[in-house]
Structures are given as structure tokens and as C-alpha cells.
Design a binder for this molecule. Structure first.
Ligand SMILES: [Zn+2]
Length: 116
């Protein structure tokens, strides 16, 4: 697995960009769980997904150079997690505009630049 190798050859990512993305992903999972699973805190499944997403970000081989995962050429998520995170993104995207407009706007803005 690429990620196991990456773990050995480089330090964990901890730059501002990764931090911000971690924060955004966690917020999105929180919104999803609250609305879909009616939990005020993350349920077991969502906690698991969140842990997984955090790990993937920490080990992302692009580090601070990374684009958003949807544009990343390396799909490092396992298929079932990828499916779950996609669902979370699709569901929580619009809610992010309500709850965390600055994070959401930044996300869209950076996506535009990458498409650009
Ligand atoms: Zn949940």
C-alpha cells in the first residue's frame, strides 16, 4: 500500500493547509451525523470515518501542495470509505454555507482555482 510506504519515508503532515482541511472535513462529518443519524456527537461510524479521513490527510503524499481530495490523482481512500466521504460531502456541502460560511466559501474558491 502506498500509504504504508509514505508513512515510513516522510513526517506526518501538519501544515496550515492540512490543518484547515482536517477542520473542514470534521465539520462536514459532524453536520452529516447530526442531520442523518441524529447524534449530537459523532456516532461510532462517523467517528470511524473521521479518524480515517484524518489519517489519510496526515499521510497525504502531497502535503501542503495537495488539492482537494476530489481532484487528487491518487485515490488513497479505500472504496467503502470513499463512498461514505462522498456521501458526507454531498450532503453537508450546502449546510456548510449556513453553518460555516467562511470554510465553505474557501473550499469552493480553492476548487475553482484548481479547476481553473
Ligand atoms: Zn453518524
Amino acid at each position: 500500500m502506498c500509504c504504508t510506504v509514505a508513512k515510513q519515508i516522510r513526517e506526518l503532515n501538519n501544515g496550515p493547509r492540512i490543518q484547515k482541511e482536517k477542520e473542514t472535513v470534521t465539520k462536514m462529518i459532524e453536520v452529516y451525523c447530526r442531520k442523518q443519524h441524529h447524534h449530537s456527537e459523532l456516532c461510532e461510524d462517523c467517528q470511524d470515518l473521521n479518524d480515517y479521513a484524518m489519517k489519510r490527510l496526515s499521510f497525504c503524499q502531497f502535503g501542503e501542495e495537495k488539492s482537494f481530495c476530489s481532484y487528487c490523482p491518487v485515490h488513497c481512500y479505500k472504496p467503502d470509505y470513499r463512498q461514505k466521504i462522498k456521501e458526507v460531502m454531498r450532503f453537508s456541502g450546502p449546510w456548510m454555507l449556513l453553518y460555516h460560511p467562511i470554510l465553505a466559501v474557501k473550499h469552493v474558491w480553492q476548487e475553482k482555482i484548481h479547476k481553473g
